[in-house]
Design a protein around this ligand. Structure first.
Ligand code: ADP
Ligand code: MG
Length: 314
């Protein structure tokens, strides 16, 4: 909690309205009290200068801070329920809290979660940390990175590379005030919520959300499951904008290494995978076999993968 005067007023003004009505004690006490039944928890932080530029709309940043956590719960097959919101804000920036809280509220409404509490502190730059709490649907619907089996097919929801193209646009010629499909994909991830709900009825062996780039996240499934993931670059689902950017660059870096798409990468036994693809839930982009690591094929031949593909902080 920050010590400067007025902080209570800020919290009451902007965050009490986000408080949960479905828990016995929400924002306002020393701790929230929530019913038992929570069995999933995750945390993700957005730091100004690292994950977003301080001039970006804080409405989008607030939305995204909630969305990236909801995405982590979805990747586990867990229903998002409640969030804790820890904020650090620079001196003189409290007037932007209304923008931020508007974005948090939009995400809460969209994803069906509410805020149980949080913390507010003063610091050198904006830092937004969300902890999300969720409930697993059942022990057999437990999705993990470790469940991929040789013979599984690999599917992905939505399209890949849009957020990375949005970042290129923002760092390049597009001024921050202009929004495109791609800058919105980056700043306000469109999580595959309806698709995810439908996928819960399928026999998903392994799942991860594609946050750090397809190759890197596929690598996490490969390592956790002790298998090899083989992907075909021609099959990757691409928007028109990403497809033409790839053609212009003469490489597939945007969908292979671009982060922050927040789509779901899943492996399923073939009959289930074909059924899910036919239902329009996923695009089939490869298969699982014995071995290790990730191979990406173009016209049937492996392409050389970048050593440090995808996003890493350290
Ligand atoms: P304490 O200092 O006793 O830990 P605080 O004064 O930090 O408590 O917080 C008072 C209440 O306001 C708590 O219920 C806390 O969860 C809530 N709160 C503080 N900051 C936020 C925030 N950014 N978002 C939501 N709730 C918050
Ligand atoms: Mg207290």
């Amino acid at each position: 909690m920050m010590n400067a005067g007025g902080e209570f007023e800020l919290i009451w003004r902007f965050f009490i309205p986000l408080g949960c009505r479905d828990v016995p004690v929400s924002i306002g006490d020393d701790a929230a009290r929530i019913p038992v039944g929570i069995d999933h928890v995750c945390t993700d932080t957005l730091v100004a200068g690292t994950h977003f530029m301080p001039c970006w709309s804080l409405r989008h940043v607030g939305y995204k801070a909630v969305a990236v956590n909801v995405s982590d719960l979805m990747a586990m097959g867990a229903e998002p329920r409640w969030i804790q919101l820890a904020l650090t804000l620079p001196e003189g920036e409290a007037h932007r809290l209304s923008e931020l809280s508007a974005g948090v509220r939009e995400a809460c409404d969209h994803f069906g979660v509410c805020v149980t509490g949080g913390d507010t502190t003063r610091g050198d730059q904006w830092v937004i940390t969300v902890t999300a709490l969720g409930t697993g649907l059942s022990s057999d619907a437990l999705w993990r990175r470790a469940g991929a089996q040789p013979g599984d097919l690999i599917g992905v929801t939505g399209t890949l590379g849009d957020a990375a193209l949005g970042l290129e646009q923002l760092l390049g010629e597009v001024p921050p005030s202009v929004e495109t499909e791609q800058t919105l994909a980056l700043q306000r991830p469109r999580l595959p919520l309806a698709t995810w709900r439908s996928l819960l009825a399928y026999e998903v062996h392994a799942a991860i959300d594609v946050s750090d780039g397809l190759v890197q996240d596929a690598g996490h499934i490969a390592a956790a499951s002790r298998v090899a993931l083989v992907l075909s670059v021609e099959r990757l689902p691409l928007s028109g904008a990403v497809r033409s950017a790839c053609q212009q660059k003469a490489n597939w870096d945007l969908p292979l290494y671009g982060g922050e798409d927040y789509q779901l990468l899943v492996t399923l036994p073939p009959s289930q995978a074909h059924k899910a693809a036919k239902a329009g839930l996923i695009t089939l982009i490869g298969h699982v076999e014995r071995g290790h690591g990730v191979r990406v094929l173009e016209a049937g031949c492996p392409i050389e993968l970048s050593e440090r593909g995808g996003f890493q902080h350290f």
